[in-house]
Design a binder for this molecule. Structure first.
Ligand SMILES: Cc1cc2nc3c(=O)[nH]c(=O)nc-3n(C[C@H](O)[C@H](O)[C@H](O)COP(=O)(O)O)c2cc1C
Length: 203
């Protein structure tokens, strides 16, 4: 059973969640978990101006996915930063290259799930995940979120991401905040749940 975690991260926040999602998925027996980035679409010059080059060194070792890779998976967990309440352009471009997979129905009945990061608490995490789901439904995927059995999403004693739609983190306006333990726990829960459901479907 192959679980892919396919993400884009500019400053490392989504990458940190992706690692936690992978940890959770690996807890399920028989899960073979692979992490991939989607291709960059911005030039080094622009990335430099956006202050992303130094941060990106930390996950430069993660291989870049091709769209064909998606067809090998039993489940795909996508991670994207929020951009104006939507997925980032790098992820959109990657998904827009899946036409052949759509034509062949290659992703039908695979499990799909989404997690995100935004600068602000109410900056569009839910709209990012829910609008991402639309694409996954067109591709025929079975969507898995983060149910309230992950009780950490009920917390109001600290600032935290996480909703029934998926794990998330709040990065801060300057990217100064990294995922806290509750957000990482949500990501691990989501990874494990996707792997458990994929395992049941595989049987
Ligand atoms: C073009 C652009 C648009 C963004 N739009 C939003 C937004 O709508 N809401 C928000 O809270 N943060 C927004 N952000 C902040 C990103 O979500 C934040 O940088 C990201 O979550 C950090 O994750 P990363 O380090 O994995 O890239 C935006 C950032 C950029 C560059």
């Amino acid at each position: 059973m192959k679980i892919l975690i396919v993400y884009y991260s500019m400053y490392g926040h989504v990458h940190r969640l992706a690692e936690a999602v992978a940890e959770g998925a690996k807890e399920v027996e028989g899960a073979e978990v692979e992490m991939y980035r989607v291709p960059e679409t911005l030039s080094e010059d622009i990335l430099g101006k956006m202050g992303a080059l130094e941060a990106q060194k930390a996950f430069a070792h993660v291989p870049v996915s091709t769209v064909d890779k998606l067809a090998e998976a039993d489940a795909i967990i996508f991670g994207t930063p929020t951009r104006y309440g939507n997925m980032c352009g790098q992820m959109r471009q990657f998904l827009d290259a899946t036409t052949r997979l759509w034509t062949e129905g290659a992703l039908i009945d695979k499990v799909g799930s989404v997690f995100t990061s935004s600068a602000t608490q109410h900056g569009g995490q839910e709209s990012t995940i829910l609008s991402f789901h639309t694409t996954l439904l067109h591709l025929g995927m079975i969507i898995v979120g983060l149910p309230y059995s992950f009780q950490g999403q009920m917390r109001i004693d600290e600032i935290t991401g996480g909703s029934p739609y998926g794990a998330s983190t709040i990065a801060g306006g300057q990217g100064e905040r990294m995922a806290g333990e509750n957000e990482l726990a949500a990501a691990r829960f989501q990874g494990k749940r996707v792997a458990m459901i994929a395992s049941k479907l595989a049987k």
